[in-house]
Design a binder for this molecule. Sequence first.
Ligand SMILES: NC(=O)c1ccc[n+]([C@@H]2O[C@H](COP(=O)([O-])OP(=O)(O)OC[C@H]3O[C@@H](n4cnc5c(N)ncnc54)[C@H](OP(=O)(O)O)[C@@H]3O)[C@@H](O)[C@H]2O)c1
Length: 304
Amino acid sequence: MGHGPGGRGGGRDGRQDGRVAPRRPVAADAGSCYAQTMAKRFDNQVVWITGGGSGIGRALALGFADEGAIVAVSGRREDRLREVVQELEARGAKGLAVRCDVTDEASVAEAVQKVVRTFGGLDVAVANAGFSVAGRIEKLSAADWRRQLDVNVIGTAMTARYAIPHLRERKGRLALVGSVAAMVSTPGVGAYSASKYAVRAIGQALAVELHGSGVTCTTIHPGFIESEIAQVDNQGRYDASRTDGRPKNLMWPAPRAARAMIDAIARRKREYTFTGHGKLGAFAGRHAPGVVHFGLTRGKSKKK
Ligand SMILES: NC(=O)c1ccc[n+]([C@@H]2O[C@H](COP(=O)([O-])OP(=O)(O)OC[C@H]3O[C@@H](n4cnc5c(N)ncnc54)[C@H](OP(=O)(O)O)[C@@H]3O)[C@@H](O)[C@H]2O)c1
């Protein structure tokens, strides 16, 4: 989940290949005339997205398709993946549903193999699968922590591990989905925030490790985005009856978020933070943690 206010997410948004990319106009909708009238930046490139069956991952899949890509989506719920593939095909794009649980290393390895076998290679991998364990630190069990870190941290690392050898062959792009919570931790989502701090650390290390290989790593920190994340319980199960208590007025629609993310990936940015409020929160978390603490505690009586 995106949290609060933030700067440029610790990044200078600098490209990692030293080249300058021209700015492009922002289209009103991911499936809009933009896709038909402008050059497509991912023509015939193979893109693999974990957590591609809903929310941000689904919007990324459709957005990449509008940029000319061939898109493979992964997740645990195959019905959701098939729906996305139908949407991709309805747009005239090639799609593939690959079941993959990112907590299972063999499943990740097999998913990458299936994508490469089917489409001949891999140009872009997006480690997007994730969920949020909610609860105050003193209430969370070791099992809660393991579940959170298993999906968000180890799942991200395994996605990178198995995608990188194929990305090297095509000087491709790796993207990790972090969160503004990687820079500012708020009450009740400490475990999620810890997992996203770790994703940021993985992204920073990878950007250096991959330097010179032609492969770049873009770590993306979204603020609040419309998705199903608030409807997923602490066990990682989707429950449609759960309500989303996040501030609606600060939330971006997923297609808009996907456009911003695809742009950052296309430009090979090292780190990218977005939504205006997300930037503000990340900036405060990184540069003024005392102010954040004061803001979150002011007016609250001390609890034992
Ligand atoms: N929405 C926001 O405000 C926001 C803000 C900042 C960052 N993010 C990050 O954005 C990413 C996408 O989340 P979202 O907001 O789009 O939520 P979402 O709609 O719930 O999507 C999360 C996706 O991750 C998949 N997933 C969960 N556990 C998995 C596992 N073990 N193996 C494989 N796939 C798994 C889910 O599919 P299955 O259940 O079918 O496996 C689901 O499609 C997450 O990393 C999240 O932390 C979201």
